[in-house]
Write a protein that binds this ligand. Structure first.
Ligand SMILES: [Fe+2]
Length: 383
């Protein structure tokens, strides 16, 4: 459906405006929805709404509608004031239109093992991302669509990650500070700071909000072990919905408590392992077995939950769903921490020290940065 289509025919009733577009598609708008969206009821400068529902007539009736100079003019039965709606605006806000930009429509990549991280995802040199704004617009759009994207040649200086993060969004400070170092230490408070391999997980589901995006910058790669693993949580959750609908349903409605306790922080939140939108789409996956606290489950609920949890865990361990590869020194990965699960293979820090530096970005700031760049450089990801 093209945004430039013109009106072929109008159909009106007191309660609806129907538009048949020149491309053969049609849209229908409720009279109350139209009455709620008069441009003159918004502040001219900020665009913010000046009214709320209590200011609107209960049941506005359309008396007539005609096209006039690229707009549709509507007269209401009980009002002296007519309304004018720009046709392109109506087209863009039609409920039949897939209104979300491509970046809001994830492209699933279930079988990560069949993909090549170097070719199948967005990569940019740090220096190019910094200076080439159209390139950064496209890189960000692909990050949002795919849930993961990469930079290379990020300076090894301490602040390299923060410079790169600033190209993507706003850093969210936590009890770890602005950044955290992922390397082995004695008696780690978090098993991430050990030599252990880590299965696919999302970070910090015990926070409110959960970190939106995660950035990891490789300062020292390990030549042996320490490979990175990523999985598309939305795709894997959808696979669970298809193959085990009851297990999927259980995981969307069971609140799982997550807890982190250290000498300087105590963090607790409850959320389902699979989170849905109002429309029933999977909006987030929260999976971190290291931080699950004892569940508050009635005995009769335990078996269905653990059975569903086991099924999901088995899928997350399936190598078919693993995009596995070795990041090099200077590489930086950014991924959606509520979608893209990450893990690693074990390594030996005694033989080869491995050092990654990480930080979290607020979710809305990454979407905002992409949207701001898209205003200047419209991005068509189909090419
Ligand atoms: Fe992690």
């Amino acid at each position: 459906m093209s945004e430039s289509a013109s009106v072929k025919h109008l159909r009106t009733s007191p309660d609806t405006l129907g538009i048949e577009w020149s491309d053969g598609t049609s849209s229908e708008f409720a009279s109350l929805w139209l009455r709620d969206n008069l441009s003159e009821d918004r502040d001219a400068h900020s665009g913010q709404r000046l009214i709320d529902i209590a200011d609107l007539p209960q049941d506005p009736k359309i008396q007539s509608a005609v096209t006039l100079n690229g707009a549709i003019r509507i007269e209401w039965e009980a009002e002296s004031r007519a309304a004018s709606f720009d046709i392109r605006w109506l087209r863009a806000n039609s409920e039949t239109r897939a209104g979300r930009p491509a970046e809001r429509r994830p492209k699933f990549w279930l079988e990560g093992a069949s993909l090549d991280a170097a070719c199948d995802f967005a990569w940019a040199r740090f220096s190019d991302a910094k200076t080439d704004r159209p390139l950064r617009a496209r890189w960000l759009s692909r990050l949002l669509r795919d849930g993961i994207a990469f930079l290379s040649e990020v300076p090894a200086a301490d602040a390299g990650i923060l410079e790169a993060a600033a190209l993507t969004g706003r850093v969210s400070e936590t009890n770890y500070g602005m950044v955290f170092d992922v390397r082995s230490v004695a008696q780690p408070e978090n098993l991430a700071y050990s030599d252990l391999g880590l299965g696919l997980h999302t970070d910090n589901p015990y926070r409110e909000p959960v970190p939106g995006f995660q950035v990891l910058h490789v300062l020292i790669a390990s030549p042996d072990g320490g490979e990175s693993i990523f999985g598309d949580g939305l795709a894997i959750a959808e696979h669970l919905r298809t193959t085990s609908p009851e297990a999927f349903a259980v995981l969307t409605r069971t609140a799982v408590p997550f807890l982190y306790r250290s000498k300087d922080a105590e963090l607790y939140a409850e959320r389902p392992l699979i989170q849905l939108t109002c429309d029933g789409e999977v909006s987030a996956v929260h999976y971190n077995s290291r931080s699950i606290a004892p569940l508050h489950l009635a005995a009769r609920e335990a078996h269905p939950f653990y059975s569903a949890y086991r099924r999901f865990a088995a899928l997350l361990r399936d190598p078919r769903f693993h995009l596995k590869f070795r990041l090099r020194d200077g590489d930086l990965v950014v991924f959606d921490n509520q979608r893209t699960l990450h893990g690693r293979t074990a390594f030996s820090s005694a033989k080869f020290p491995r050092h990654l530096r990480g930080c979290y970005l607020t979710r809305d700031s990454v979407y905002s940065e992409a949207a701001m760049l898209r205003r200047e450089f419209p991005t068509d990801l189909s090419t």
